[in-house]
Design a protein around this ligand. Structure first.
Ligand SMILES: *[C@@H]1O[C@H](CO)[C@@H](O)[C@H](O)[C@H]1NC(C)=O
Ligand SMILES: *[C@@H]1O[C@H](CO)[C@@H](O)[C@H](O)[C@H]1NC(C)=O
Ligand SMILES: *[C@@H]1O[C@H](CO)[C@@H](O)[C@H](O)[C@H]1NC(C)=O
Length: 235
């Protein structure tokens, strides 16, 4: 009796749970798809490049409702509307754009606009310092009542790439260098002092010897102490 009642109840709960889950899924999907088109310039939309080099300005589109005649445009420092670099219309995810409008030399659309890649990146050749700034990748999908979506990418043009300085290494190196320098200095000063002391001692001795040698030749007390000195004098 009890076994039957327990077997009935679990059959009922999964059904309502499944219903609730599917309802939730539809809701989540609906909210997620509200932001249908997305333009993506990558996790780090920033690049430092040396003047004269060629750079890739990355951009991808993503849409969970699909695209139809997606219009996209790259522009530079957007405050000036004439700064368009490139424009095209992509019929759907399975085709490349029929014609690409390029408004600036040194710009080329690269990558495949088709489904798995959905890549609308451009190459900018032989960059100059004037090319540094903010690049905007726009997308407009008529499937979503023509709303504009965009993402930006910042290009910084530098004279030469700075080498990432290992400050800890430099610190250690300078510490070790400083320590060695100190040791060398200490040794030098010590030796110099010893040398000077020795010289002074020698001089003093010599003075003593010579004075004593001159003053008391008969004495022989100090003279016997420094026997080698007087001998060359005599010789
Ligand atoms: C980059 O700019 C510097 C300074 O204006 C110039 O000397 C150098 O030749 C340039 N490099 C290239 C690759 O154009
Ligand atoms: C880039 O510079 C090189 C060397 O100066 C030149 O041969 C090439 O045509 C330039 N490319 C573009 C797209 O201007
Ligand atoms: C887009 O295409 C270019 C050229 O083929 C490639 O270098 C780049 O990595 C692609 N970007 C992405 C995000 O797939």
């Amino acid at each position: 009796m009890e076994v039957r009642s327990t077997s009935v109840q679990p059959r009922c709960t999964p059904l309502s749970a499944r219903l609730r889950a599917s309802l939730l899924l539809t809701l989540v999907l609906g909210v997620w798809c509200g932001q249908a088109l997305e333009m993506i310039t990558g996790k780090i939309p920033y690049l430092e490049a040396v003047n004269g080099s060629t750079v890739l300005l990355p951009c991808k589109y993503a849409s969970c409702v699909g695209i139809q005649d997606l219009f996209f445009r790259w522009s530079f420092n957007d405050t000036d509307p004439s700064n368009r670099l490139c424009e095209a219309v992509i019929k759907d995810e399975y085709t490349e754009p029929r014609e690409v409008h390029i408004f600036k030399d040194r710009v080329e659309l690269v990558g495949s606009t088709k489904a798995p890649d959905q890549n609308v990146s451009i190459l900018l050749y032989n960059i100059t310092f004037e090319d540094g700034g903010v690049y905007t990748c726009y997308g407009k999908n008529p499937k979503e009542k023509g709303r504009f979506h965009n993402a930006t990418f910042t290009l910084v043009v530098v004279d030469e790439l700075k080498v990432v300085d290992n400050s800890l290494g430099i610190l250690i190196a300078s510490c070790v260098g400083g320590f060695i320098g100190l040791l060398v200095c200490y040794a030098l000063i010590k030796n110099l002092t010893l040398f000077i002391i020795a010289k002074l001692d020698e001089k003093n001795k010599e003075c003593l010897v010579t004075s004593s040698g001159i003053d008391n030749t008969e004495n022989g007390l100090s003279g016997s102490k420094s026997t080698p000195k007087p001998t060359p004098k005599k010789a």
